[in-house]
Write a protein that binds this ligand. Structure first.
Ligand code: NAG
Ligand code: NAG
Ligand code: NAG
Ligand code: NAG
Ligand code: NAG
Ligand code: NAG
Ligand code: NAG
Ligand code: NAG
Ligand code: NAG
Ligand code: NAG
Ligand code: NAG
Ligand code: NAG
Length: 445
């Protein structure tokens, strides 16, 4: 108990001596300073100049080296208490004000007090970092907020309800003064508007629009099988940012068929089998180029070509059917049904098939023969008129018959003649033999 009283006594004595020192100095009273809100700072001369009027001057340091308050919109009043009225701003923060009191008529008495101003302010957050990021790279944004006291900074994204801050994740860090948002391995979905908010009595927000550049493989849409005469209508689209340059080419050819940005449509009217082949879509974006290929087939309905014909010669019917189509058609001859003896030869070149049928016809052959050409796109029947080789053919036949008859007659005549000779020879011989036999007999007898 005694010790406590002794300690208290000493403290009181020291405190009194300090108080007497302070009382000689002017005291400066500063209210809380907030940016934009007018404030009054008071300097009290106290009991420095007993009797005489104090001369109070203000000195402001820190704004500019040794600059006076007079350059600012500051009003100061004289009197035993001098006031300084001004509108604080961020530039006043951490500056010092010195109040000097001198007593009139006694130049040697001069005391001063210097105080540091703390102005509550917040400036607009500043975001630094790349606004365009390639897919797979890291988004790295730093938000800096100049404020007093330091702000709590949060990052949010437009359309995303939750805060980007994640205590465990690598994303966002709540920080004071500065905060860095890092998103590794960005995707197209990370594109968008990001907000950096500085929490303060005056909350400030800054946004930044992030573009994630990405490139996807081009896609080709449209029918890859086109009927002859129809239109080929292919569209190649590449989802990428910035939009890719799309180019259509054909395999083996060096000419650009069409191009466009983002998408390009290839139109070829009146397709022919020659148009079939591989078409190539190239999408060029940034430094990459993607290629997508498509094989186009041209459906060709079978057709019977000129040169198909039927002919009868020597009771032999020869028919030729030439047909074209894609895929290559097959040729059928209905007249061959129920027949067993015939020959069919088929030759194929390009998209053309030639079928040749040979069969013998006895007596009357029909006046026409059908040839049916079929592929998976359809079939066509050609009615080939049998060319009976007209009058010339008849004469030839007649001639042949006559010739045959002649041969027979000649043969018959020849036979009769030779038979007669042989007969004569035979008779003569007989007689001769008889005579000679008789002579021999006679002689022998
Ligand atoms: C007060 O002090 C300033 C600077 O020391 C001086 O210029 C001014 O004349 C003084 N004013 C009076 C009334 O003494
Ligand atoms: C002083 O105040 C006036 C009126 O309020 C204003 O137009 C002027 O810009 C201010 N000057 C400075 C240096 O703040
Ligand atoms: C000067 O300031 C002191 C301390 O705040 C106060 O007690 C006193 O009344 C003031 N005097 C005048 C004239 O304003
Ligand atoms: C305030 O000013 C002092 C001296 O001018 C300087 O050393 C200090 O770094 C400043 N503080 C801030 C937060 O600006
Ligand atoms: C002038 O200053 C001296 C020394 O500081 C002091 O002793 C004296 O009382 C002062 N005179 C008046 C009139 O205040
Ligand atoms: C983010 O960018 C800053 C400044 O460019 C750099 O210092 C920091 O290392 C980067 N952070 C990451 C994770 O890349
Ligand atoms: C970051 O700030 C938000 C909003 O003030 C708060 O909800 C969240 O808990 C803070 N996260 C961290 C890690 O400080
Ligand atoms: C934070 O991030 C980690 C890893 O990215 C994730 O596993 C976790 O679910 C996240 N937590 C919240 C609350 O979003
Ligand atoms: C980046 O993301 C993609 C798709 O989510 C993934 O396939 C890839 O492995 C990731 N790369 C890294 C380095 O995390
Ligand atoms: C970001 O985009 C939005 C709308 O898309 C626009 O209102 C805003 O001004 C943009 N921000 C910046 C910093 O360009
Ligand atoms: C090509 O196809 C697109 C989409 O199917 C269609 O809108 C367009 O009219 C077609 N163009 C022609 C010339 O057929
Ligand atoms: C393709 O065309 C380009 C430009 O017209 C030309 O420079 C190039 O030599 C051509 N290549 C071939 C293989 O024809």
């Amino acid at each position: 108990m005694f010790v406590l009283i002794w300690v208290t006594l000493i403290f009181t004595v020291r405190s009194n001596s300090a108080n007497s020192d302070v009382s000689k100095k002017p005291s400066v009273m500063i209210p809380p300073l907030t940016e934009g809100q007018q404030a009054t700072v008071t300097c009290t001369a106290a009991s420095l100049c007993s009797g005489s009027d104090p001369n109070i001057t203000w000195m402001w340091r820190g704004i500019e080296p040794n600059s006076s308050y007079s350059t600012e919109n500051i009003t100061a009043s004289q009197g035993p208490n001098s006031t300084l009225t001004f509108k604080p701003s961020a530039k006043h923060h951490n500056t010092t004000i010195t109040c000097t009191v001198s007593c009139t008529g006694n130049k040697t008495t001069e005391e001063e007090e210097t105080v540091t101003l703390n102005v509550h302010y917040v400036k607009k957050p500043e975001i630094t970092g790349q606004t365009t990021v390639k897919e797979g790279d890291a988004l790295n944004l730093t938000c800096t907020v100049d404020s007093f006291p330091a702000s709590v900074i949060t990052w949010t994204k437009h359309g995303v309800n939750k805060s980007l801050i994640n205590e465990t994740g690598p994303g966002l860090i709540n920080d004071t003064g500065t905060s860095t948002l890092v998103i590794q391995n960005v995707t197209a979905e990370d594109s968008g508007q990001y907000f950096c908010t500085a929490k303060h009595p005056n909350t400030q927000t800054q946004d930044i629009n992030i573009t994630v550049m990405y490139e996807k493989k081009p896609e080709i849409t449209g029918d890859t099988t086109v009927e002859e005469g129809q239109v080929l209508n292919l569209t190649c689209t590449a989802d990428s940012l910035p939009p890719a340059l799309i180019t259509w080419t054909k395999h083996g050819a060096n000419t650009t068929l069409n191009n466009g940005t983002g998408a390009a449509t290839l139109l070829i009217y009146n397709m022919t089998p020659e148009h079939a082949g591989q078409f190539i879509c190239t999408a060029e974006n940034m430094n990459n180029s993607f290629i997508e290929k498509v094989d186009i087939t041209v459906k060709v309905l079978p057709k019977i070509l000129n040169g198909s014909r039927c002919e009868v010669q020597s009771e032999v019917l020869t028919c030729v059917c030439i047909s074209q189509g894609f895929p290559l058609p097959t040729i059928k001859w209905p007249l061959l049904e129920n027949l067993t003896e015939y020959s069919v030869t088929t030759t194929v070149s390009n998209h053309t098939i030639t079928s040749k049928v040979i069969l013998s016809v006895e007596g009357s052959s029909g006046t026409s023969a059908d040839c049916v050409s079929r592929n998976k796109n359809g079939e066509i029947k050609g009615n080939l008129i049998v060319n009976k080789a007209a009058e010339e053919g008849q004469n030839m036949k007649l001639f042949r018959i006559v010739t045959q008859l002649e041969t027979i007659i000649t043969f018959l005549i020849g036979t009769v003649f030779s038979a007669s000779i042989s007969c004569l020879v035979w008779i003569c011989c007989r007689y001769a033999i008889m005579i000679s036999t008789g002579i021999l007999y006679f002689a022998c007898a």
